[in-house]
Design a protein around this ligand. Structure first.
Ligand SMILES: Cc1cc2nc3c(=O)[nH]c(=O)nc-3n(C[C@H](O)[C@H](O)[C@H](O)COP(=O)(O)OP(=O)(O)OC[C@H]3O[C@@H](n4cnc5c(N)ncnc54)[C@H](O)[C@@H]3O)c2cc1C
Ligand SMILES: NC(=O)c1ccc[n+]([C@@H]2O[C@H](COP(=O)([O-])OP(=O)(O)OC[C@H]3O[C@@H](n4cnc5c(N)ncnc54)[C@H](O)[C@@H]3O)[C@@H](O)[C@H]2O)c1
Length: 465
């Protein structure tokens, strides 16, 4: 049987673009790709990139405060011009979108700027009714924000909307305690919005190391976010051009904008999966094996739609490995263990790789090396923010099982710490590394004694001096 393409990719985001480009440019495959919105997907257009630029912009009040402590006694913030920033952001995203499109075109990928769905195991139907056949189909459609399921939630905004605002809200509510909620609370607060964040748990960033979660919760409060833990919105209603939110303690408050950052779900609705027999998991993700192959052999899936680890570098690696395996004759699986990540809060970020202290305790004996200190940079101007560096070490093998950093530029630091940890480094390897002085990161190679030892078999924990 002859096909129009060797590969048809649905979705021009992180995973889809990488797979299409590698299959076409490195392995000479005939590739088609459909994108219903802007090329580049969530990360480039409404995720990592605009978010990080906004985090940079939102740092100004903290910097001014810090610099006053360094002798710039009159350092004051002027006016933040959202319109100027927003226009510039628009140009930058268009530049990136163009670069993604050009990269694909240069690789020989045929792009269809429209929605696509599956018609059968080898056929894709485009929104204009055209049918395209392909030997292999890659589903790379990503995810969409999930709403909390409360009455009136249609009045709320989602993360995509932050990047489209004509003006910044004077008073905003953010619902959630995950990556997006904490980053958005930091951004809005830093840009001058009176920001309330409600989270149902007792510390933000569930799933991260408990000590770091507590520091993150404290930091949000310290920078001025009105963080309310154990709080749940139950209903919303419109009041003029604002939104009244009712909470489970019978209180209610009015906001100019309410953002739901209550998770994301795989975007499989209307994708025609029923025409193929591609199986879904219980959470509605496309079920794949270790090769990203679905229950239908000609159909593969990568990225957020498979709900494995929903991060850009993971989607890219999955897309690349798929292309190497299927078109390059180089079978490559993706290792989903030990994936580092960072939450871009201010002034301190949270960087994390490997097991948390709680997970390590659960797994077996663990020595906890932890340094909690006021870094030189913030101690001098008299700021109270503290940095945490934590290494979790298996006392039997000396292997470093996890690393957690809460501090300035923790995202940059954890990227580097992730290299030796991925290679299987021991605590002795860290200790053998000469420190770079004076840095905050030098603590990672100078922690001599464990702060705690957990020995689960005896349920004993010893606190060291
Ligand atoms: C606010 C926010 C901030 C984030 N920040 C970070 C971060 O700092 N670091 C990080 O690693 N990750 C971050 N992420 C996560 C990251 O963006 C995703 O993990 C990543 O984009 C997933 O890539 P993907 O290829 O699976 O999907 P996507 O990038 O979502 O791409 C899917 C594409 O498919 C298109 N599409 C969907 N259905 C169809 C269809 N039927 N036909 C045609 N096209 C279709 C969509 O329009 C989209 O362009 C963030 C996410 C959000 C929402
Ligand atoms: N810096 C980064 O790498 C980065 C940044 C943003 C997003 N992301 C990726 O995108 C994913 C999605 O981000 P996210 O913040 O939306 O998801 P998340 O899973 O990190 O957080 C969702 C939050 O919403 C809360 N929640 C869920 N349902 C709720 C309900 N009904 N009512 C009240 N609260 C509810 C959860 O308790 C949690 O705090 C992340 O898991 C991550 O993989 C990564």
């Amino acid at each position: 049987m002859t096909f129009d393409f060797d590969l048809f990719v649905i979705g021009g985001g992180s995973g889809g673009v990488r797979a299409a480009r590698i299959a076409a440019s490195e392995y000479g495959a005939r590739v088609g790709l459909a994108e219903e919105s802007r090329m580049g997907g969530t990360c480039v257009i409404r995720g990592c990139v605009p978010k990080k630029l906004m985090v940079f912009a939102s740092t100004a009040p903290l910097l001014a405060d810090e610099m006053r402590g360094y002798g710039w006694c009159e350092a004051e913030l002027g006016h933040f011009d959202w319109k100027m920033f927003h226009e510039k952001l628009g140009f930058e995203l268009t530049r990136l979108e163009t670069a993604y499109t050009t990269g694909l075109e240069r690789a020989g990928v045929e792009i269809f700027h429209q929605r696509a769905k599956l018609a059968d195991h080898h056929t894709v139907e485009l929104a204009d009714g055209t049918l395209k056949t392909a030997k292999h189909i890659l589903i790379a459609v990503g995810g969409r924000p999930a709403l909390p399921g409360i009455p009136g939630e249609e009045l709320a905004l989602i993360s995509d909307d932050l990047f489209l605002l004509d003006e910044l809200p004077r008073r905003a509510l953010i619902i959630g305690g995950g990556f997006i909620a904490c980053e958005f609370a930091t951004i809005l607060n830093g840009l001058g919005t009176d920001t309330v964040q409600v989270y149902r748990g007792d510390a933000v960033l569930r799933g991260f190391d408990r000590q770091a979660r507590e520091m993150a919760s404290e930091q949000l409060k310290a920078i001025g976010v009105d963080l309310r833990l154990g709080a749940n919105p139950v209903r919303m209603e419109k009041t003029g051009d604002r939104v009244r939110v009712f909470f489970d303690d019978d209180s209610s408050e009015v906001f100019d904008a309410v953002f739901c950052a209550t998770g994301r779900k795989p975007y499989t609705a209307g994708l025609g999966l029923e025409n193929t027999g591609v199986r879904l998991t219980e959470n509605g993700a496309v079920e794949v094996d270790e090769w990203s192959q679905t229950s239908v052999p000609s159909i593969f899936a990568v990225g957020d739609v498979t709900d494995r680890v929903n991060l850009t570098p993971v989607a890219i690696r999955e897309g690349h490995s798929f292309a190497d395996t299927v078109f390059g004759g180089k079978p490559r699986k993706v290792n989903h263990d030990l994936i580092a990540s960072a939450v871009y809060m201010r002034p301190h970020e949270l960087g994390s790789v490997g097991l948390t202290e709680e997970e390590a305790k659960e797994r077996g004996p663990v020595d906890v090396y932890a340094a909690l200190f006021r870094p030189m940079r913030s101690a001098f101007p008299g700021q109270s923010s503290r940095t945490l560096m934590k290494l979790l070490v298996d006392p039997e093998t000396d292997k470093v099982l996890g690393c957690h950093i809460f501090g300035p530029d923790a995202g940059e630091m954890i990227q580097l710490a992730a290299i030796p940890i991925t290679m299987g480094a021991t605590k002795a390897d860290f200790d053998a590394t000469m420190a770079v002085h004076p840095t905050a990161a030098e603590e990672l190679v100078t922690m001599r004694q464990p702060a705690r030892r957990h020995r689960p078999e005896t349920a004993e924990q010893s606190e060291m001096a």
